[in-house]
Design a protein around this ligand. Sequence first.
Ligand code: DGI
Length: 142
Amino acid sequence: MAIERTLSIIKPDAVAKNVIGKIYSRFETNGLKVIAAKMAWLSAQEAGEFYAVHKARPFYADLVKFMTSGPVMIQVLEGEDAIAKNRDLMGATDPKKAAPGTIRADFAESIDANAVHGSDAPETAQVEIAFFFPAMNVYSGR
Ligand code: DGI
């Protein structure tokens, strides 16, 4: 299995709930290392650009509004099979459908306020990491 990097965001609902540490603990106990991190309050332009792939979807405006409703914690995770592993830890987009023990099942309220983001493929991971972190601010865990 290849060592990969993925972009993770702890969304405003989970930051407001004070569970950054609990979510980091899940990354760490599952072999994912935080190799870059920053807290930020995204502007509508940043959130809109980050989620540009969803521009035509009916929920796009609500998504941008939610992602700018408070600070987020943004990190690069590195580890074996990191992209799929993080998606497994996150659980399904709709927390009502997320498997027990996943981050979304345990910490998310709704499909809008669903606690975390994680890149879904190597190509998107690369673009999303570059969007938030210049290469000089990413510290390989190896
Ligand atoms: O990768 P995910 O976050 O699991 O899901 P995604 O990339 O398909 O969608 C990005 C975000 O957009 C998702 O975390 C929440 C929101 N979203 C996706 N599908 C719906 C949605 N929001 C609403 N209200 N309704 C949807 O069907």
